[in-house]
Write a protein that binds this ligand. Structure first.
Ligand code: AP5
Length: 208
């Protein structure tokens, strides 16, 4: 299974990815996680990406494309992968297409999780992460268990200001890739405006 998860910031991509990679036994490739790891490790890529990410902008295409192409070439991806947060621009979608064609493989599904803008800021600013496991929580919608409540952290770009910038980028740069995949016949849509378990159920239904 080769799959893409697309949706605005806070749509629940990371939350749903956990179940999907388990179900299909595929590798989870989150470009946001990879870039945050590069920033915290202080690599050259991380140094270049940091300011874009803090401001809620997009990291330049050439950097992200090179990072993803290297990653999907790794042995664990031969059995499939889930791309979470990539592609995010039309050039990224086209570069991925070229790479898959070269490898003689194709995408199975592009799953779009739709959530209205007015719900996004509350989801993003209330998100908390377990720094040890990466587990995703929310102060209201999915509070962390008591034993880890004291150690959860907030992402640097989970401020209201950065969230609004990310949302704007989603509409101007990422939403235009949706028709590209619709034309290829791989696009499936899910209404993400429900509790996480209900969204998982809807995804199961859509994927069959
Ligand atoms: P990235 O990490 O990919 O961030 P994002 O796309 O903005 O997505 P998020 O991780 O914020 O949200 P999500 O949809 O995963 O939601 P989650 O499940 O956590 O990218 C970060 C940055 O890296 C970008 O801004 C950019 O700078 C850079 N970058 C990454 N990829 C790039 C690329 N390809 N090109 C260029 N730059 C790139 O849920 C959010 C919260 O809501 C959680 O608290 C969760 O508990 C809660 N929640 C989830 N589902 C529900 C629900 N159904 N109901 C209520 N609450 C829910």
């Amino acid at each position: 299974m080769r799959m893409i998860l697309v949706g605005p910031p806070g749509a629940g991509k990371g939350t749903q990815a956990v179940h999907l990679v388990e179900r299909f036994k595929i590798s989870h490739i989150s470009t946001g996680d990879m870039l945050r790891a590069a920033v915290s490790e202080g690599t050259e890529l991380g140094k270049q990406a940091d300011s874009y990410m803090k401001a809620g902008g997009l990291v330049p295409d050439d950097l992200v494309i090179a990072m993803v192409i290297e990653r999907i070439g790794k042995p664990d991806c031969t059995k499939g992968f889930m791309l979470d947060g990539f592609p995010r621009t039309r050039p990224q979608a086209e570069a991925l297409d070229v790479e898959l064609q070269k490898a003689g493989v194709a995408l199975d599904v592009v799953l779009q999780i739709e959530v209205p803008d007015d719900l996004i800021v509350a989801r993003i600013t209330g998100r908390r992460l377990d720094p040890d496991t990466g587990d995703i929580y929310h102060i209201k919608f999915k509070p962390p268990p008591k034993d880890i409540a004291g150690q959860v952290i907030q992402r640097k770009d989970d401020t209201e200001e950065a969230c609004r910038a990310r949302l704007e980028k989603y509409h101007s740069e990422t939403a235009p890739i949706i028709p590209f995949y619709a034309a290829q016949g791989t696009l499936k849509r899910v209404d993400g405006n429900a509790a996480p378990d209900e969204v998982s159920r809807r995804i199961e239904q859509v994927l069959g």
